[in-house]
Design a protein around this ligand. Structure first.
Ligand SMILES: Cc1cc2nc3c(=O)[nH]c(=O)nc-3n(C[C@H](O)[C@H](O)[C@H](O)COP(=O)(O)O)c2cc1C
Length: 168
């Protein structure tokens, strides 16, 4: 698959088969996240792989959607704010760094025939508590991963290029 094909076929998957993700695929996804760039190469992140029964049950209380419960595996992507690079005007970059690693994950999952979905609308405080995160860590996104139940890639709705690109 070329990169553009992967980008075109990635979508937010909200329907999963009851089928585990193979260990080799998990290892591949981990490497794709590990190799993501970050500001000043700080790598201010931690990724929790959640697939035990107890872990899944706990995580499912942080985002109550029936489809979310279907996923066999989740990755909680956290920012380590003590390690992030902060620009001279005070702008912190940890969330940006985490987002890059997460999108590596989503594209790699697509390439491997897996569905994924960014989830940020979860109860972050509850997640922090249930997974016993230190104060310096903030869960930024949860990514459910698994085999999609959908037969076709949904249509994309995007702004026109004329609206988003400027020649300056
Ligand atoms: C930062 C971010 C947060 C998101 N949070 C959620 C979420 O909490 N729940 C959800 O169902 N989808 C979430 N999404 C998915 C978006 O709704 C989706 O990417 C967008 O509608 C475009 O659709 P597509 O991913 O299928 O191309 C999120 C996406 C991003 C990038």
């Amino acid at each position: 698959m070329s990169l553009i094909d992967i980008i075109r076929s990635r979508y937010s998957c909200r329907s999963y088969q009851d089928k585990p993700v193979e260990e080799e695929k998990v290892a591949y996804l981990k490497e794709c996240m590990q190799l993501a760039p970050s500001a000043v190469n700080r790598q201010p992140w931690k990724f929790r792989i959640v697939r035990s029964e107890k872990g899944r049950e706990n995580l499912q209380t942080c985002y109550s959607r029936p489809w979310f419960n279907e996923a066999p595996l989740y990755i909680i992507a956290s920012a380590l704010h003590e390690q992030e690079w902060v620009r001279s005007d005070g702008k912190p970059h940890g969330d940006i760094d985490v987002a890059i690693a997460v999108e590596h994950l989503c594209l790699a999952a697509t390439e491997q025939g897996l569905g994924s979905c960014w989830v940020c609308n979860f109860d972050a405080q509850r997640c922090h508590q249930l997974f016993e995160m230190p104060d310096t860590e903030e869960p930024v996104a949860i990514i459910p991963i698994g085999y999609s139940s959908l037969a076709e890639t949904p249509q994309k709705t995007r702004k026109q290029q004329e609206e988003i690109f400027l020649e300056v």
